[in-house]
Design a protein around this ligand. Structure first.
Ligand code: FES
Length: 169
């Protein structure tokens, strides 16, 4: 991830404006895709010309077990509104247990995000096989719609708010 996300997700061409003149929110999503299944599933969707939203910036990894939680947090720091991790189905990991590790890390990540008041809908783990082009498109569409309904992630504000002491009565 060398390009700031804010530079690459902006729609090309004329930007439709809302009545107030503000630009409609388009979520920026980082998708970590396992090379052996989900990435091939993305290829399948593309080859079959199945439409899916262009909001997901794909990072190809050799296995979902390679996705360190630091990668996810860094994606948020760099401006992602959501992170999608796509793995081989359980039992199909080319490295045997990588996706089980991804499941454990995802659970941990959700707990960390909760501490910062970040909705768990901003971090999704799912399973897409090489033959599942339609599922790939559906998962992306669901993720983008879900994050769009949550609105932009203001990470600094979320972290600052989580540190604000609360007075218990
Ligand atoms: Fe795909 Fe491990 S090789 S999740």
């Amino acid at each position: 991830m060398t390009t700031p996300l804010s530079e690459s997700v902006e729609p090309s061409g004329p930007v439709p404006c809302e009545p107030s003149g503000s630009v409609p929110f388009e979520p920026k999503i980082v998708g970590f895709l396992c090379n052996w299944c989900s990435y091939a599933g993305a290829d399948k969707a593309g080859a079959a010309q199945i439409p899916y939203p262009p909001n997901v910036h794909v990072v190809r990894v050799m296995c979902s077990g390679r996705v360190d939680p630091q990668f996810v947090l860094q994606a948020y720091r760099l401006g992602a509104d959501g992170v999608l991790i796509l793995a081989c189905h359980t039992g199909d990991c080319h490295y045997k247990e990588g996706n089980y590790r991804a499941i454990q890390r995802h659970r941990l990540l959700l707990q960390v995000l909760k501490q910062f008041g970040i909705d768990e809908g901003r971090c999704r783990l799912d399973f897409v096989a090489a033959s599942e082009g339609e599922k790939y498109a559906r998962v992306l569409t669901e993720m983008v719609d879900s994050v769009r309904s949550l609105g932009p992630l203001n990470l600094d504000a979320a972290v600052a708010e989580s540190k604000t002491p609360t007075v218990k009565s």
